[in-house]
Design a protein around this ligand. Structure first.
Ligand SMILES: *Cc1c(COP(=O)(O)O)cnc(C)c1O
Length: 392
């Protein structure tokens, strides 16, 4: 059996940091995937919100393969037209001034921390306030930024200089903002924290507090960004503009890329030698990024994401044993009846041909933004069946 061989090899030779599901995926087309034994799945994961255009999108494949055949990498001593073009498109879509390119969400947040510390240096402000239940990455600095004790315990000492306020509690944020604080870092919808959306008044209130104290507002759009919530960046749906944006996951449609975007007031805040990355801005990833950003930033594309999200939410609310539906656009968290374990549901869905995610005690759906109505319906039908038959 092919799958058994793959699993044995994986378990023997890969550090066991992931609790994997029993499927080895080898091929995909938009929101459908196939495993090593030829079984078909509907995909509500998009690789944790990475494959914005689904699997093997023809336009994306053409852009990436064309670039790989031209020049696959160059060092950052030289100019790359495709990387410069992506930066322009991204900054335009985001309403920001400049980008620093890296390779992951954690690195994008690391860069944002450096930007904030440099910004605060003249007045001796180095502290960054983040939210309880947040998630900002796995490096030692971004773990410190992550407001969840359980992530911190085994890896002390972490980078100092982080403090935590309660999410959706403006007074709690205000209490943390003394003269030592240079930035506030938030997600608009806490993804790993269980798909917990911040209220509009809260996000606008944090923006106003930051303005009042001349503190940077950093929004972590690593999961919410690039069309996921039905806006190019989710803050655009909240009607605020941050000083710094971090983005990764979907940005290059499935190739490793992250970016830290800064506003006009922070133009050239970091100087030559103060930040860098060997692979940052890699032209193959950038070519994928150009295809993603040009398609996803189209208002009609974003409108379709909002429509699909509303439809999915509506259908889920009428699904037996679902007790709540959270999130924005195609970033959806589903609360289940007491006694129904989200991880059991995930395992059972995979067995029946539907790939889903969990976040805390909730089921989480992050389907490709290009998913068809038929695939949404088919996935929903499997999900409803699993909830009906699952006991525990
Ligand atoms: C996934 C995620 C990160 C970390 O991104 P990596 O690419 O895994 O380093 C950071 N912030 C948020 C909100 C995320 O969802």
């Amino acid at each position: 059996m092919e799958f058994e061989t793959i699993r044995a090899q994986d378990r023997k030779y890969i550090l066991g940091t992931y609790g994997r599901v029993d499927a080895a995926l080898v091929k995909g087309q938009n929101a459908r995937a196939w495993d090593a034994d030829g079984r078909e799945y509907i995909d509500f994961t998009a690789g944790i919100g990475v494959n914005a255009l689904g699997y093997a999108d023809p336009g994306w494949v053409a852009a990436v393969t064309r670039q790989a055949g031209e020049i696959q990498h160059l060092c950052n001593y030289y100019y790359s037209p495709v990387t410069a073009a992506l930066a322009q498109r991204l900054c335009t879509a985001a309403g920001m001034a400049q980008a620093f390119f890296c390779n992951s969400g954690a690195e994008a947040n690391e860069c944002a921390v450096k930007v904030a510390r440099k910004f605060g240096a003249q007045r001796g402000a180095a502290e960054i306030a983040t939210l309880e239940n947040s998630f900002h990455g796995r490096t030692l600095t971004t773990l410190a930024a992550t407001g969840q004790e359980s992530f911190h315990q085994l890896f002390q000492p972490l980078t100092p200089g982080f403090r935590y306020a309660r999410a959706n509690d403006l007074d709690s944020v205000a209490e943390q903002m003394d003269e030592t604080v240079c930035a506030v870092l938030i997600e608009t919808v806490q993804g790993e924290g269980g798909v917990v959306p911040m209220e509009e008044d809260f996000v606008r209130g944090v923006r106003a507090l930051c303005d009042e104290k001349d503190v940077l507002l950093i929004i972590d759009e690593v999961q919410t960004g690039v069309g996921r919530t039905g806006y190019f960046y989710s803050y655009q749906g909240y009607g605020v503009q941050p000083d710094v944006v971090t983005t990764a996951k979907a940005i290059a449609g499935g190739l490793p890329m992250g970016a830290c975007l800064v506003s006009e007031r922070l133009r050239d805040v970091l100087k030559p030698g103060e930040q860098g990355s060997t692979f940052g801005g890699n032209p193959v990833a950038a070519a994928g990024g150009l295809e993603v950003v040009s398609r996803v930033s189209d208002p009609a594309f974003l409108e379709a994401v909002r429509e699909k999200g509303a439809y999915l939410r509506e259908r889920l609310l009428e699904t037996p044993r679902v007790t709540g539906v959270y999130g924005r656009g195609l970033m959806i968290g589903v609360a289940l009846e007491a006694g129904l374990d989200a991880h059991r549901v995930l395992t059972e869905c995979a067995r029946r041909g539907l790939l889903i995610l969990t976040a805390k005690e909730r089921v989480r759906f992050l389907p490709p933004l290009t998913i068809s109505r038929e695939d949404l319906d088919q996935g929903l039908a499997i999900f409803a069946d699993v909830l009906q038959s699952c006991n525990g």
